[in-house]
Design a protein around this ligand. Structure first.
Ligand code: SF4
Ligand code: SF4
Length: 249
């Protein structure tokens, strides 16, 4: 029964139809965070100007260290890392990434280690060695996303970037990602999927079932190698594949 329900929801995801009940369920799962406490109280869209300009992080790498396991990675990040570095997900897990449980789901994050808990992609000059294909969270920082019924807005975490005298930059330019509207649609879909699966996992006491669900998501979305071409098409296919795999669990 549960799998049947999951199948129906995944069908919604596959077709890009944001069913009202899916959103209601997702909203129930949202953490209660008062963004007024961490932001300037404003919401931003892609074409808005926001005070994040930090002179290309000149002389600073503060947010590439000491961030614990907070730099979570999504399938697009894994696609970018594995295809650009020509390594497998498993190889990345040897020293660059680690897995942690987030609300019952096993998800990858950047592994910080050594003195100062530094990201392993930070080079000796204190610069990001994978800047052109850095993870989505790194692109966004110090912006965050707050989700609503139709998608999300951006907000500014005012105490995160330590650079003084920041300048205003258009959000779209700051994120600096190709095909940004397509990327936003993907982010909404992935976020909804994760929230939905977390909801199922949190509501179950069956450890074996939870493990199976986690293994299916890990395998299909992260472990299985990505081809270099069109990530978004592969993501759509994998959501469908996952639907079938979850049906068989
Ligand atoms: S991937 Fe690059 S930008 Fe992101 S934390 Fe590591 S060094 Fe910093
Ligand atoms: S704290 Fe600000 S200036 Fe420093 S690395 Fe992070 S974004 Fe760049």
């Amino acid at each position: 029964m549960m799998m049947m329900a999951m199948r129906q929801r995944l069908q919604c995801l596959k077709n890009g139809i944001w069913a009202e009940k899916l959103w209601k369920e997702r909203k129930k799962l949202q953490r209660n965070v008062d963004i007024n406490e961490i932001s300037d109280g404003k919401l931003y869209g892609l074409n808005d100007m926001v005070k994040v300009g930090c002179n290309d992080c000149e002389g600073c790498s503060k947010c590439c260290q000491g961030m614990g396991d907070s730099i979570k990675l999504d399938p697009l990040d894994i696609y970018n890392l594995t295809t650009n570095l020509s390594v497998s997900f498993q190889e990345l897990l040897e020293d660059k990434l680690e897995l942690n449980v987030v609300d019952g789901m096993i998800l990858p994050n950047l592994k910080l280690s050594g003195d100062g808990e530094k990201c392993s992609f930070l080079n000796k000059e204190g610069r990001c060695s994978i800047h052109s294909f850095r993870p989505g969270i790194c692109r966004l920082f110090p912006l965050g996303r707050i989700y609503n019924d139709t998608g999300f807005d951006y907000f500014l975490q005012v105490d995160e970037c330590v650079k003084p005298n920041k300048t205003k930059v258009k959000v779209r330019k700051w994120i600096d990602i190709a095909d940004v509207k397509k990327n936003e649609s993907y982010i909404i879909k992935w976020h909804s999927f994760i929230r939905y699966v977390q909801g199922i996992v949190e509501s179950k006491n069956d450890e074996a079932l939870i493990k199976q669900i986690n293994m299916a998501v890990l395998q299909v979305m992260f472990v299985r190698p990505y081809a270099k071409d069109d990530f978004y098409g592969q993501f759509e296919e994998r959501i469908c594949t996952l639907e079938k795999a979850l049906e068989e669990i």
